[in-house]
Write a protein that binds this ligand. Sequence first.
Ligand SMILES: N[C@@H](CCC[C@H](N)C(=O)O)C(=O)O
Length: 322
Amino acid sequence: MIAFVKGHGTENDFVLVADPDDALDLTPDLVRDLCDRRRGVGADGVIRLVASRHLPEGAAVLAEAPYAEWFMDYRNADGSVAEMCGNGVRVFGAFVEHLGLADLGQGGELAVGTRAGVKRITREPGGWYVVDMGEWRFPGGDDAVGRGYDAEVAVAGWTAPRPALSVDLGNPHTVVALADEAELDALDLTAAPAVRPEPAAGTNVELVVPLGEAVTEHGTVGRLRMRVHERGVGETRSCGTGTCAAALAVRAWAGSGAPDTWLVDVPGGTVRVRALRGGRVELAGPAELVFAGTFDPAGGVVGDARGVAAISPRAASAPAAP
Ligand SMILES: N[C@@H](CCC[C@H](N)C(=O)O)C(=O)O
C-alpha cells in the first residue's frame, strides 16, 4: 500500500508520496494509475519526496547546495518524467512542512533539489509560498526576442498558425499571444497544439492575453490571463513554470519599461511572477494539501481517505478547538 497526500496549487493537482529511502519503484504504469481520475486518486502529476543522496540527479543538487536534502521527483500524469513543476514545488514545500521535516514559518527557507537545479522556498505572512525558480532563458536568443518569436503554434480551429516565443524554465515552454479574452475563452485545447519547429522533447504551450497594468501593494504590476496545454498531461487549470514563461514573454514583447512583477490569472486562480536580477525569476502562490489516504497498486483501490488535518503532525500538536 502506498500512503499519499493529495494537494494542489491553483488547482494544478498532485499525488504526493514520501519515499525518503528511495524504496518505491515509481513506474510509469503506477504513475498513470495514481493519476487516473476514474480508477485512481486523480491528478495532473505525481510528486515523490526522496533524499537527494539516493538519486543520480541528486549529486548535482548536493554539489550546488549540500543542505538540499530533499528532492522533488516529478512525473506527469502520462508517466513521463519532467524536470520541474512550479506549482508542484510550492505544494512540495507544504508537504515537507506537513511531514514535519521543515518549518517555513519565522523566515525559514527550504532548498529543494529538482532536475532543473535547486529551488529555494519561503512562506509569506499571508501564507503564499514564494519560490526562487532560478535562471531562465529564451532559447532563441536575442534574435528571437527582437523578432518577438522563434516558433509557430497552431490550435484546433485556427485558420493559420501564429508566432510564438520559446522560454526555458528548466522545462520547455512556448508562449502565444491572443487578441482578446473572448478568443482565450473560445480555445479548444482538447488536442495538443502543433508547434513548429517541433521541439524534440515536446513543450508546454501557454496561450496568453495581456491585460495592461495595475497599481497594487507590490507597486505597478503587469497583468495577464493564460490557459495552458501541458506536455504529458493535456489542458490543466494552472502551470507554475508556464505562468513564469508567459510573464517573461509578455514582458519582453512590451519592451523596456515593462514591469518586473506580473499577476497571472489562470483558470484555477492567480499567481505572482517577478523577474529578478541575474536572469532569475520568482514565483509566488498558494499551496494546499487536501486529503490523505492509501492506494493499493495491485487493486487500484483508494481507501482510508482522511482530511489532512487529521493526519498532520502539526495539527496533532496543536491545541484542540474549543
Ligand atoms: N504543472 C507544472 C509543470 C509540470 C511539468 C510539465 N508538464 C512538463 O512536462 O514540463 C508547473 O506548475 O510548472
